[in-house]
Design a protein around this ligand. Structure first.
Ligand code: SF4
Length: 393
């Protein structure tokens, strides 16, 4: 009887993960007339810090556009971009030009780096039917006017979306969206808590698939899916394995290929990471009362996760990595960066220098979304894990 129940939990999780896997492989955007009830269109947004609540309240399904992965054939984008631009920008442009993203109502990016900033111009020129916007987040959040500035930017975005959908976004509706995202954030925090406390229950790959599914479905639907998955994960009777505990950083924008995460999971327990941090950048509930735009802006300033593209003197590059290592009781770090990602490579350098100084072991890896061979990387991680286990024994 016990094994039958156990089987049911595993099967339940398998079903959820299959659905998430299908969603993560499918870059296509649902046409407006096939969207779930309550949505009249989709709004694409580029990583990292996008307030999905505003699009959700406008009745536009927020779709995090994350490039095309390693199965996309590049036919058009190379003619519009230099070969030194990171893969996510190139493949996102390709998805636009080959029609995959044609049904989006608009696309919003941020000036997180030169490549992402210029993507907005390419979008506006090539897809004039879509709203094309840059959401200007502050370069310095440590001044008195920061919350006011972000609130004004969020308000501007709200106005642009209101014009697109042809109706105002009421404060009450926005507060309801904040509540829906708070419920989702709570479950995501629980997923990461389980990975920190009992990493054998959920691998980094499983966690990634569960999180990534939100890029293609309404927040409420994702919350229900996540609740099912968490229930099955908690009931899993897996045994802890003798693996080193490692923090993974560098997955904040361009996504590491799934096969890379699978290869890493083979040898280490990834007890925390910054993968898809843009989908969980607010680290606590946003107050669903008062002025909702101000509440979102305040949360960005006071309760948001750090990344190489956020500039906040209270969160030094070295400081937030050390905090992650400490909170997750990690033995070591895997420092990755996407090829040609300037902010990622800058931080990788700062991190490795600091970890040398404080004598924390680390492994440096570079990835590209179009990578297809992972054997060598798997061997590197295995060797790293063995050296850690030897040092820890
Ligand atoms: S991967 Fe790096 S370089 Fe490319 S858009 Fe993202 S932050 Fe910019």
């Amino acid at each position: 009887m016990t094994s039958r129940i156990q089987y049911d939990h595993e099967r339940e999780l398998e079903l959820v993960l299959e659905r998430c896997h299908a969603a993560s492989r499918d870059a296509a955007i649902t046409a407006a007339d096939a969207l779930p009830k309550g949505f009249t269109g989709t709004l694409g947004h580029f990583p990292v810090y996008f307030p999905e609540e505003i699009a959700h309240a406008a009745g536009l399904l927020p779709v995090n556009v994350l490039g095309g992965g390693n199965r996309l054939e590049m036919k058009h984008a190379d003619a519009r971009m230099g070969s030194f631009v990171c893969s996510i920008c190139r493949s996102t442009t390709e998805l636009g030009l080959n029609g995959t993203l044609a049904s989006m109502a608009g696309f919003v990016t941020h000036p997180i780096c030169d490549a992402a900033k210029h993507l907005a111009g390419i979008w506006a020129r090539n897809f004039p039917d879509q709203v094309s916007q840059i959401l200007y987040l502050p370069q310095n959040v440590n001044t008195n006017g920061t919350v006011r500035y972000i609130a004004a930017e969020y308000q501007r975005l709200r106005g642009v979306l209101e014009a697109r959908v042809g109706r105002p976004i009421a404060d009450d509706v926005l507060r309801n969206s904040i509540r829906a995202y708070n419920a989702n954030r709570a479950l995501l925090r629980e997923l990461y808590r389980i990975r920190r406390d009992e990493p054998w229950r959920a691998s980094c790959t499983e966690s990634y698939l569960l999180l990534r599914a939100r890029t293609r479905m309404p927040c409420e639907e994702h919350t229900a899916l996540l609740a099912r998955a968490l229930d099955a994960i908690r009931r899993r009777s897996r045994l802890a394995q003798d693996k080193p505990r490692v923090v993974f950083v560098g997955g904040f924008c361009e996504q590491p290929p799934l096969e890379m995460l699978e290869a890493i999971d083979e040898s280490v327990d990834v007890v925390d990471d910054d993968i898809l941090v843009g989908l969980r950048f607010l680290t606590d509930d946003v107050p669903p009362t008062g002025d909702p735009i101000r509440a979102l802006a305040e949360s960005y300033v006071e309760r948001s996760a750090a990344s190489p593209v956020q500039h906040d003197a209270r969160k030094s590059k070295e400081g937030y990595l050390m905090q992650m290592l400490h909170d997750a009781k990690a033995d070591a770090a895997i420092l990755t960066a996407a090829k040609f990602c300037e902010p990622g490579l800058d931080d990788q350098l700062a991190w490795s220098k600091h970890l040398d100084e404080v004598n924390v072991p680390y492994l440096v890896l570079e990835f590209e979304e179009k990578m297809t061979s992972f054997e060598q990387m798997a061997m590197q991680v295995e060797t790293f894990a063995e050296s850690l286990l030897f040092a820890l024994s």
